[in-house]
Ligand binder design. Structure first.
Ligand code: ADP
Length: 370
């Protein structure tokens, strides 16, 4: 199949008017570098944070226009709040992982991390994974949270994995919602008190990466243990991560923790795809009023200050918690919700970053004092 012509993509995009009478979206400088990989076309549209809502219509129009070009099998357009001018194209995201051995059949390994527990890291990980799936990607989830593996619960999966007959493999992953899952919970008996040291975490994780009979996947989402201690550092250092997503609540304390997470990944040269603000604000189901319980917006400001993309804000929602705890993830059970839209938005941005080579920009140097 002939390679898709970038000029053809741009000429389709030039038919789409930019907001405020500023010509078309290409001439107005809203379109990032266009990445083409086989039949897949990806790019970002840069939007001011205040105009995200109206830009969504342009995003859909751009995706449609590109999807209509003969030979295009998948068009993914993400909205980012970053200006084109400030983007310095970095090395392709996967180059960070080339130093270490990749996992055969898995194109990108994306870690979801947080500075501390209870901020919604695992909830973000499962919904991000399911959001990737809605983009037409093949997805797997690896639950590496040694302190509290929660993927079996969040996926509503009970039972033990089956043994595998494949050479060199020990077990098959479990699967639900079209996503394969393996959890560190499979390797330990529930209720056995354990102290995990770095090397033990690493050998358990190596088993999950190499000895599980994974199918091929475009992206594997890895739920890391919360925190920035030795165990996390070892994982970040020794797994072939393409990128990391950091989850934080807006509280100051959590943000300081998020900064530590950021630093940890920078130390080991793993590109940070961005920060997600979870439990960002609360919309009262009865009166519709928006309550900014933890002082909303902290993560966005912090991300800007630290020079990493801000990926989105996820509201606090009682139904999300109740359903999550029942193994009913938002993406599957609340498909028309704002949450689903935000997770899909985050997934698009991360995917465009991974495939479009826009991750791994040189980051400002930050020193954290302990
Ligand atoms: P972590 O992995 O950071 O420890 P979890 O994802 O397990 O955090 O979330 C902790 C608790 O908060 C869970 O009960 C989860 O259902 C709930 N939770 C997470 N995100 C939200 C949200 N946006 N709205 C409401 N509850 C949430």
């Amino acid at each position: 199949m002939a390679e898709i012509d970038k000029e053809r993509v741009l000429s389709e995009l030039r038919r789409i008017a930019a907001p405020d009478g500023r010509g078309n979206i290409v001439s107005a400088g809203l379109v990032s570098e266009v990445a083409i990989d086989g039949g897949q076309v990806m790019f970002a549209l840069n939007a001011e944070p205040a105009h995200m809502k109206s830009m969504e219509q342009l995003r859909i129009a751009a995706e449609k226009a590109v999807a209509g070009i003969p030979g295009v099998t998948r068009a993914i357009v993400a909205l980012t709040a970053e200006r084109a001018a400030s983007r310095t194209p970095g090395p392709k995201a996967s180059s960070a992982g080339q130093l270490r051995n990749g996992v055969p059949g898995i194109k990108h390994l994306v870690a979801v991390a947080s500075g501390k527990g209870g901020v919604g890291k695992s909830t973000t990980a499962i919904n991000l994974a399911l959001a990737f799936k809605t983009l037409g990607l093949r997805v797997a989830v690896l639950d590496a949270d040694v302190y509290g593996p929660s993927m079996p619960k969040l996926f509503g999966l009970a039972g033990k994995p089956e043994a595998s007959d494949a050479p060199g493999k020990r077990m098959k992953p479990l699967a639900r919602f079209g996503v394969e899952v393996a959890s560190i919970g499979f390797l330990i008996d529930e209720g056995t008190p354990m102290i995990w040291r770095g090397p033990m975490v690493m050998s358990a994780l190596t088993q999950l990466l190499r000895e599980v009979e994974w199918s091929e996947a475009d992206v594997m989402v890895m739920d890391l243990p919360p925190g920035t201690g030795d165990a996390q550092l070892t994982l970040a250092q020794q797994t072939p991560l393409s990128a990391a997503v950091i989850v934080s609540t807006p509280q100051d304390l959590a943000l300081i923790d998020a900064r530590k997470g950021l630093n940890m990944f920078r130390k080991v040269n793993v590109p940070v795809a961005g920060i997600v603000e979870n439990m960002s604000y609360f919309v009262c189901a009865k009166c519709g009023t928006r309550h900014e319980i933890f002082g909303h917006g902290g993560a966005r400001a912090e991300a800007e200050r630290l020079g990493v993309p801000f990926l989105g804000e996820i509201p606090l929602d009682t139904e999300v918690r109740v359903r999550s705890d029942r193994g009913e993830p938002v993406l599957e059970y609340m498909p028309d919700s704002l949450h689903t839209a935000v997770y899909r938005d985050i997934a698009r941005q991360v995917w465009v970053g991974l495939e479009g080579g826009q991750l791994g920009r040189p980051a400002p140097r930050i020193v954290v004092e302990d």
